[in-house]
Design a binder for this molecule. Structure first.
Ligand SMILES: Nc1ncnc2c1ncn2[C@@H]1O[C@H](COP(=O)(O)OP(=O)(O)O)[C@@H](O)[C@H]1O
Ligand SMILES: C[C@@](O)(CCOP(=O)(O)OP(=O)(O)O)CC(=O)O
Length: 453
């Protein structure tokens, strides 16, 4: 068992094409990893008294009251490891973090089943790159990891997929800390596959639903063309502490059970960003509720049958063409972006058709206006509402030149997006993130020493 500190990071995501379609295995999604990462560092628990309890402390020092302490024990009947949150202060209400708690229980259950059941106390620190949360530029101090000065629940998320990056980095760091390298190594293909399976299982359990998993997949593998796993793989297991959970989890992660191999498809070489092109994310401060939109779109698809399928198929074709054009430009070095422009426009048309027919504001008129204004800026190739769409964000492809960014900033500053509720107005802010090809990464634990005291 390793007792020296370990650190792992995983990227955020943007689903540039394939929102809703990617929920169905028949279709796929074009997902880009982003250079905003969540970092997790695990080190031995420093007990001042010399007494060691079965305790793991998790701390997210950029937020107020973001300390979660857990006791853990091996459950009977191969139930894996049960974790129980401890009260930091008897007077305080338990402040739960479902993603941390579930990722910890799943990771420890796996570790106790394939490695050692003697799990020593440890201390875990979570650090998020600043772009995961919006702050006014005046507040930013230039710190590598900004102190947001509010509880996590009050921070304004920018929608980069914090929970998936967190669960992935957290799972990889805990496994790397407690398991020998020959049992788990996130730098190998086998290790990545195990990490993917375990992080998907934990993330779905924490969310209380089985989504498409494109966010966890990109946190592990980085930018890729993604085809989801069959939901049945994760629909039949118990929860940490229930009889046989240990074996069920090992079967899922090691692909040794009745369900056998996962059928996820991760295609890396069909996703490229040509040199000279950059992806830009803009946060729109109105926000939409993704789960409600997903429900409505899927209900409409079910009711409408063939008509909806036509829209789905049309979108799948143009999504694939976008990926192909990006690869073509990356390989031949051409700077003629006319086909790329057309393909982005075709995707937007398909999305607006989906919006119109389903009655769900996926590319609502306010976002159409914003995307059109951005697309008119010289050097902007085009843009879409990413993921589930709505009023959350826009993603743009631009020619990677400073003057394009500056002109875009000019258009965006002072731009107001009329929100879903009458009279609500949202601001638009350009995030400092760009696409990144690589996924999970082992980091130098010593680089985080300053924040993980
Ligand atoms: N920096 C962090 N520290 C601790 N927990 C975090 C952090 N970032 C995200 N989380 C966990 O992820 C949850 C946010 O997940 P979710 O609402 O699904 O947003 P997202 O769309 O960004 O994944 C938080 O409530 C918390 O449980
Ligand atoms: C509708 C979807 O296909 C895409 C949603 O993508 P977003 O990036 O909008 O997701 P959140 O981070 O949960 O807000 C649902 C899915 O694939 O799970």
């Amino acid at each position: 068992m390793s007792q020296s500190a370990v650190a792992v990071s995983a990227p955020g995501k943007v689903l540039l094409a394939g929102g809703y379609l990617v929920l169905d295995r028949k279709y796929n999604g074009l997902v880009f990893g982003l250079d905003a990462r969540i970092h997790v560092c695990v080190k031995p628990f420093a007990s001042s008294s010399g007494v060691t309890f079965s305790e793991i402390t998790v701390n997210s020092p950029q937020f107020q009251n973001a300390v979660w302490e857990y006791g853990y024990r091996l459950a009977d009947q191969d139930g894996g490891v049960k974790v129980t949150q401890l009260r930091v202060n008897a007077d305080l209400k338990l402040n739960r973090n479902p993603f941390v708690e579930t990722a910890l229980a799943y990771a420890l259950s796996y570790i106790s089943s394939v490695g050692s059941s003697n799990i020593s106390p440890s201390s875990i620190t979570i650090l998020a790159d600043n772009d995961y949360y919006s702050t006014s530029s005046a507040e930013l101090t230039g710190a590598r990891f900004h102190d947001f000065g509010v509880p996590l629940a009050e921070a304004n998320k920018t929608g980069l997929g914090s929970s998936a990056a967190l669960v992935t980095a957290f799972t990889a760091a805990v496994l790397s800390y407690y398991l020998p390298q020959d049992v788990f190594d996130p730098t190998t293909e086998v290790g990545k596959r195990k990490l993917h399976n375990l992080a998907q299982a934990a993330h779905c359990a924490a969310q209380g639903k089985v989504g498409s998993g494109f966010d966890v997949a990109s946190a592990v593998y980085g930018s890729c063309l993604y085809r989801r796993f069959s939901p049945s793989i994760l629909s039949a297991h118990g929860e940490p502490g229930s009889p046989e959970f240990g074996k069920e989890l090992v079967d899922i992660v090691n692909e040794s059970g009745v369900n056998g191999q996962w059928d996820t498809e991760i295609i890396k070489d069909q996703v490229k960003v040509p040199s000279g092109i950059r992806l830009i994310m803009c946060d729109v401060s109105c926000g939409s509720q993704t789960p409600g939109m997903v429900k409505q779109v899927l209900a409409w698809r079910k009711d409408t049958g063939a008509e909806a399928e036509k829209v789905w198929e049309g979108l799948q074709n143009v999504n694939e063409e976008l990926a192909q054009e990006l690869v073509r430009l990356a390989e031949n070095g051409s700077k003629d972006y006319s086909r790329l422009k057309q393909r982005i426009q075709a995707i937007r048309q398909g999305i607006r058709e989906m919006s119109k027919q389903s009655g769900v504001p996926i590319e609502p008129p306010a976002q159409t206006k914003l995307l059109d204004a951005c697309s008119n800026v010289e050097g902007v190739i085009g843009g879409v509402v990413p993921g589930a769409g709505g009023y959350d964000a826009v993603a743009l492809l631009i020619e990677d030149r400073d003057e394009v960014v500056q002109k875009l900033q000019k258009v965006l500053s002072g731009w107001k997006v009329e929100g879903e509720t009458e009279g609500s107005m949202g601001k638009v802010s350009m995030l400092g993130v760009k696409q990144e090809m690589s996924g999970v990464r082992v980091e130098q634990a010593s680089h985080y020493a300053e924040w993980s005291e």
